[in-house]
Design a protein around this ligand. Structure first.
Ligand code: GLA
Length: 703
């Protein structure tokens, strides 16, 4: 049993393979966090369950470690729940009522019910355990059991209390369009560090994920406490340190401009916030999260196909003839899925018009889409297509017919971003419009892949025809409606795979990955820039969920020249795609690429399902090296990239990992065999030379 309860001590413990998460019910009948980290027992924690007062100004210091912080009384730290009652009371006074330990969705689950002492408000704290990956999924269910409405002003998913450490270092990502997933770290001092999105979607500027260590954890060692939130709208993660050295990370739906009206008998469920502990550093953290995503989060656990996408080849200038020519070349390469990007519908000749008019443009496709789809299928590939259902260009038939379908305030300008506005998709008729055209598209054609884009943020968030006292629900309703649409489409078309994209990586989080098979992490396809984007991505998200295209060199982005080989190697670290204009490729380029794709198919099980090890030892020498290993430890592939060589400064050898010291290994391209002991301690020489050099090398146990 992963979940334990000691009735005498009133202490709960969640015991996973390599961690303990422990909290108890204190004398005030409130849930007090006690410990999170390497395994200990309930009895070890019993002495920690006590009230702490410092002065009348800090009367209930133990409340700084409350499991889920109810705003009321003397609570001054970040609240988990803040409400407003009909009589104006905004103070919560909550106590533990009872708990259940059950099995839910195949997971051992603890549900703790807390009740307000006066008002008909109940909160259930739900904990679902993933013992093999040392993870706990947490969410809260807030229930109005009375007759009058209750307004929720902040309803967070979870508060994660850190154990007492010498120092606290927060690792997170930041970014922007075409520069997503850039790693950052900072020491926490007293006060709050807030990571957030207020843009209506997950955002490129931050990602709903955190990791905290004592400042000394490395890629392969040391304790790391982390969490990732499953929400694709406005979110907030606040890491707060108090003067009493208590650090707690509270996260969930952003409380900014947000309210939820909880009617009589209604319940609100927060998104899931998954937290975990790794005693094997940041690498251990990432591997736990990756395998968890494969096993528990993704809608299905299938290999990612090699795809071709026409965007960078043709932009909006798509037509049947050119696309068929591209498809023929893609098939020669060994591509498995051919995707037509933006420009196939309505009067979509640029980003100025057509968005919202989802019927095929018959000037571009005189015989409809099926001519192209037929060719693609005859060439042995699947067909996929791009859509952006939440958006509309004012220059479209849809907008001319329904100008009130977009978010707006009557007295304000409707800000256009990329010449488009955003549809209020929680309006029933808008949601139905999207469901109808998507069902029509998928029902009428042999389409097996959808790239679902969203190219603007949410501004002027007015919901016309919606009650005035519920206007601030807009941020949540957009996401709920989106999830609903995706889940209906997935149920109706179980064979269709989905890619999440929002101008690159602006909608990537554990929430959307319950519906999306993969994601487009960035519009920046420069193979070198991608290495840091991919690394930041890999801290939280699994390689298979990351689509990476090989595009032209120099890229339009930054004019950098890198070889075809380097571009392939960089893109082979996720789900491989090609985005070049193949119609302009020489036969020699096609032949060379065919060979890379063949090689990718050979190692894809390692990249897409194996364990990923980031080798950081040579980072200072400009080397990015990543190893992927199978579960048995007998099959590995190493990727290595050199930025630039300096004369007379040889690269140190690279020590491999995850091998058996007592076994022998064969290294592709090298004579003889090597002991695991030698490869892990003496290492291998990397034959990287010049600028932007790269290699891929397979290491296998000797039979
Ligand atoms: C976004 C996507 C691109 C492409 C274009 C099409 O920018 O990130 O990959 O699909 O839209 O307009």
């Amino acid at each position: 049993m992963a979940i334990q309860y000691d009735a005498g001590q009133r202490i709960f413990a969640i015991q996973t393979r390599n961690s303990s998460y422990i909290f108890g019910v204190n004398e005030r009948d409130r849930l007090q966090h006690l410990y999170w980290g390497a395994p200990v027992s309930i009895m070890d924690c019993a002495p920690l369950l006590r009230l702490k007062s410092h002065s009348s100004f800090d009367a209930e210091v133990e409340g700084e470690a409350e499991e889920y912080s109810f705003w009321g009384g003397v609570c001054y730290t970040e609240p988990s729940l803040k409400v407003r009652m009909q009589d104006g009371v905004r103070d919560l006074s909550v106590s533990y009522s009872h708990h259940q330990i059950i099995e839910q969705g195949g997971k051992e689950t603890l549900i703790i019910t807390l009740k307000d002492r006066v008002y008909p408000l109940e909160t259930q704290l739900v904990y679902q355990v993933i013992p093999e990956y040392d993870l706990v999924e947490r969410y809260a269910r807030i229930m109005n059991t009375g007759e009058l409405d209750i307004v929720l002003e902040s309803m967070q998913s979870a508060a994660w209390s850190l154990p007492c450490l010498q120092d606290y270092r927060l690792t997170h990502v930041t970014g922007k369009w075409s520069g997503e997933f850039q790693l950052r770290n900072t020491g926490l001092t007293e006060g709050k560090k807030v990571l957030e999105s207020r843009r209506g979607f997950t955002g490129a500027h931050a990602n709903p994920w955190f990791a905290i260590d004592d400042g000394f954890a490395t890629e392969s060692g040391g304790g790391v406490w982390f969490g990732a939130l499953a929400w694709s709208g406005n979110w907030k993660i606040a890491a707060e340190k108090t003067p009493f050295n208590q650090v707690r990370v509270t996260g969930g739906i952003h409380d900014f401009d947000s309210e939820w009206l909880l009617g009589a008998g209604e319940a609100f469920e927060t998104p899931v916030f998954t937290g975990g502990f790794s005693s094997t550093g940041f690498g251990g953290m990432s591997r736990r999260l990756h395998q968890y995503q494969y096993d528990y989060v993704l809608p299905r656990n299938e290999p990612g196909k090699v795809l071709y996408n026409s965007w960078e080849a043709t932009y909006f200038d798509v037509n049947a003839k050119d696309q068929i020519a591209l498809a023929k070349r893609a098939a020669r390469l060994g591509v498995e899925r051919f995707v037509v990007d933006d420009g196939w519908f309505g009067q979509r000749h640029s980003d100025h018009a057509g968005l919202g008019d989802w019927s095929v443009n018959t000037d571009k496709f005189p015989q409809g889409l099926d001519e192209l789809i037929g060719e693609v299928r005859a060439l042995g590939m699947e067909f996929g297509i791009w859509v952006e259902p939440e958006s509309v260009n004012p220059d479209s038939d849809l907008y001319r017919a329904h100008p009130d379908w977009v978010y707006h305030f009557e007295t304000r300008e409707r800000t256009e971003l990329r010449n488009q506005l955003l549809l209020n998709i929680s309006k029933p008729e808008v949601k139905q419009y999207i469901l109808d055209f998507m069902s029509g598209l998928l029902g009428r054609h042999e389409i097996k892949f959808i790239k679902w884009d969203m190219n603007r943020t949410l501004t002027e968030p007015g919901m016309k025809d919606y009650p005035l006292n519920r206007q601030k629900e807009v941020w949540v309703r957009h996401v709920q409606s989106l999830y609903d649409i995706w889940s209906q489409l997935r149920a109706e078309f179980p064979d269709v795979e989905f890619e999440t994209c929002a101008g690159g990586g602006s909608r990537i989080d554990l929430g959307i990955f319950r519906y999306a098979d993969q994601s487009w992490p960035s519009d920046n396809t420069d193979a070198f820039d991608r290495l840091s984007i991919q690394e930041g991505f890999s801290y939280t998200y699994a390689p298979r969920m990351m689509t990476c295209w090989v595009t032209e060199s120099p890229t339009g982005m930054n004019g950098r020249h890198v070889s075809l080989r380097y571009r392939f190697h960089s893109a082979m670290m996720g789900t491989l795609g090609i985005g070049s204009n193949l119609n302009e490729w020489s036969d020699a380029q096609i032949e060379e690429s065919r060979e890379y794709i063949r090689q990718y198919k050979d190692i894809r099980h390692l990249v897409q399902s194996g364990s990923q090890y980031r080798h950081t030892a040579l980072r200072g020498k400009g080397v990015t090296a990543v190893q992927y290993s199978d579960a048995s430890g007998s099959d590995h592939v190493l990727f290595a990239f050199l930025h630039s060589q300096k004369l007379g400064e040889p690269l140190p050898r690279l020590c491999l990992t995850a091998l058996d010291p007592g076994k022998s290994y064969i290294i592709e391209g090298l004579e003889g065999s090597f002991s695991g002991r030698a490869l892990m301690n003496i290492g291998v020489e990397l034959p990287l030379r010049g600028d932007f050099d790269s290699l891929i090398c397979r290491i296998r146990e000797q039979a």
